[in-house]
Design a protein around this ligand. Structure first.
Ligand SMILES: [Ca+2]
Ligand SMILES: [Ca+2]
Length: 97
């Protein structure tokens, strides 16, 4: 028994793969946590943006504390690197203070 549908699907996958890969890259730029958090698109995360970004999980006071800890160069904003460092520590246990 022939399975033309399967063949067509396989062909479609082969054709779609490079397109999907490219779409995923675009998607990454758009849905990257940094881009998501950076509401005004100035390539840095302000305290307000950070608080808003973590709001569903973290209350404002805790978010501001975290922001201060992440802002290594103390310029009042999180750079992409600073922000990414924060992503890595998400969900870590709190220190006992
Ligand atoms: Ca911003
Ligand atoms: Ca900074």
């Amino acid at each position: 028994m022939k399975t033309p549908l399967l063949t067509a699907t396989a062909l479609a996958v082969l054709i779609a793969l490079p397109i999907a890969a490219r779409a995923a890259e675009d998607d990454f730029a758009k849905t990257h946590p940094f881009a998501t958090a950076d509401k005004d698109g100035d390539k840095k995360i302000s305290p307000d943006e950070y608080v808003a970004y973590v709001a569903p999980k973290t209350d404002a006071a805790a978010a501001k504390e975290k922001f201060a800890a992440l802002d290594k160069d103390h310029d009042g904003y999180l750079s992409r690197e600073e922000f990414r460092a924060g992503m890595g520590t998400k969900g870590k246990k709190k220190k006992g203070d």
